[in-house]
Design a protein around this ligand. Structure first.
Ligand code: SAM
Length: 205
């Protein structure tokens, strides 16, 4: 997975590659799909949601440019896989999921895999986690129509936010850096995520 799906596609950050090598992805996919855990794609995890493609998880990690000292917010816990990768890259990870059953499954998988430093919250992550802000970095794993204002405002100065921005059917992964003069943006790869549902995302109906 690391050689063929990541390095050969241009992921060169050695910390990210090592993190991707370390996290046992099979612990984050449903038992019936374990044989596909290292394939090049997203997989269903129930409740109409998915565990993201390894390449996309690594791309988000690389765009955040973490050095190991940060507090990171992960929006859209899903299986907990991205949170585990972020825990390999940063000091502290808070992750938030709107579907309680997925949050509970992620808690169990994270504990099994040994990531007890990850705090799992249940709620509308499009509003961030104000009582744990500011964050050095925020990863959003669901598609938003615009950069959620609450998330940008919970970044520290110089902090980095990665979000798939676009329609419900297709998005671009965008890096937003908080600067004294306002947000600085840079586009990255095309992607297709499930929607971010909530006050700062898409309406749920
Ligand atoms: N990063 C996850 C992983 O590695 O398994 C994949 C996340 S999945 C593509 C997107 C997740 O975002 C879903 O579990 C969905 O329920 C969640 N989600 C959507 N809107 C949300 C919101 N407003 N707050 C929190 N989670 C949300």
């Amino acid at each position: 997975m690391v050689e063929h799906q990541l390095r050969q596609r241009g992921i060169s950050d050695e910390r990210v590659l090592l993190a991707m090598e370390r996290v046992p992805r099979e612990l984050f996919v449903p038992e019936e799909s374990r044989q596909y855990a290292y394939e090049d794609g997203a997989l269903p995890i129930g409740h109409g949601q998915t565990i993201s493609q390894p390449f996309i998880v690594a791309t988000i990690g690389a765009l955040l440019a973490l050095d190991g000292h940060e507090r990171v917010l992960d929006v859209g816990t899903g299986s907990g896989y991205q949170a585990a990768v972020l825990a390999e890259l940063a000091r502290e990870v808070v992750t938030i999921e709107r579907v309680p059953e997925l949050a509970e499954g992620a808690r169990i998988a994270l504990a099994k895999a040994g990531y007890d430093r990850v705090e799992v919250r249940i709620g509308d992550g499009s509003l961030g986690v104000p009582d744990r802000a500011p964050f050095s970095a925020i990863a959003v794993a669901a598609a938003a129509p615009t950069v959620p204002h609450a998330l940008y405002s919970q970044l520290e100065e110089g902090g980095r936010l990665v979000v798939p921005r676009g329609s419900r059917w297709g998005q671009e992964l965008v890096l937003v850096v908080r600067t004294p003069t306002g947000p600085q943006e840079r586009g990255s790869v095309a992607c297709r995520f499930v929607p971010l549902l909530g006050k700062g995302g898409f309406a749920s109906t």
